[in-house]
Design a protein around this ligand. Sequence first.
Ligand code: PLP
Ligand code: ZN
Length: 440
Amino acid sequence: MSLVQDETRVRAEEALRSVRVRCMACGAAARADRPAGQCAVCGGLLDVVLTFDRPLARDEIGAGLPPALRASGVWRYRPLLPALPSAAIVTRAEGNTPIYWDDRLARFAGLERLGLKHEGHNPTASFKDRGMTVGISHARAVGAQIVACASTGNTSASLASYAAAAGLAALVLIPEGKISGGKLSQTIAYGARIVQVQGDFDQALTLLRQLTEAYPIYLVNSVNPFRLEGQKTIVFELLEQLDWDVPDLIALPGGNLGNTAAFGKALDDLWNAGLIDRLPRLATIQAAGAAPFAAYFASGFDRYEPVVAETIATAIKIGNPASTPRARRAIERTDGLVTTVTDDEIMEAKAAIDRAGIGCEPASAASLAGVRRLVREGALAPEAKVVGVLTGHVLKDADAVVDYHLHDRDGRPRPGANRPVSIPAEMAALERTLADALHG
Ligand SMILES: Cc1ncc(COP(=O)(O)O)c(C=O)c1O
Ligand SMILES: [Zn+2]
């Protein structure tokens, strides 16, 4: 899936010389011709530096690209991405995801209209593919042989797929017993080496950061600024789909906060490129049992305390989000909001999304649950123009669906649940079971 197999490494290195990263803590800048996990001076988080000598025109997006890049909902925004050499790019035509406008879900949220951009339509069924295509392409450009992540499941599935496509070895650290079967099976299928850590996600990430500092292994977690560059394209594509009519608010779930950070950077870049003249507010929604960023926000960004995370939404079960300073910057710049929702609110919102025929995994439903809460609390007016992001596909966590519909938390049948029934293989039994429907 590499685009130009025969372009030489030397040319790739030359192309990389123009790409720079800068530390958001101390301002030190560096070339991006090596893995870029953290600032070499102070250990701070890095941003990819993009500068625009002149305003970009909207019709420059997607223009003059080879078909494989034009087909990608990430690489078609190439003027708004780091200038990685074409020879290094590994793409699976990621992105190009729909926005659903469903009246029932708008009513559920208490809004007149609500868009839900569904990132579960990506090749490995979560938004992670958008960041992964850029992260793995940068890894190839710098000559990495082994790529690695710690993951609550979706990053590992995406990393495993893109590493396989690129012909790189992949290593994945996951918290043992704490990721869904669907995500684990994707990661196994695509051939990553999987190490289950007897601890939580935060411990797995700490271990991996130590490993990648000591050995030549390329870290692809969202501390890596190239991942975030790809994830920016959720916002680019969303705005393009709205004909650049900027919404009042974009809501998304927050775990490790890479996506919140990426959305903030996307808006900065669009602003600097002259493509928008107004910013939407960002709203990051955390699960109540995994909400250190919401507490930090509530303190006026004065006191930050990591927590031991607990939530049914395993994808956002993170107690010490690595991108916290970047996410704070994004919320501050957009006059954004951070709120929490309970597991019950998440599952209720998920059931509504599923029943609308759309479906998503539990963490994704935090977007809708959070918007509903913001409306109820008066922080968001019913006529506000809002787009929520659904981050992963319903099949990512099939157990969560079946468990929800089989019984409630006390083991009792859940009212309104869609319980499959069992019958002997006989027509009479089928008619008895369907009596209501057959006889009106
Ligand atoms: C489905 C899903 N939603 C939301 C998130 C949270 O994204 P972030 O860690 O960038 O805050 C994740 C992260 O793993 C995820 O897999
Ligand atoms: Zn620094």
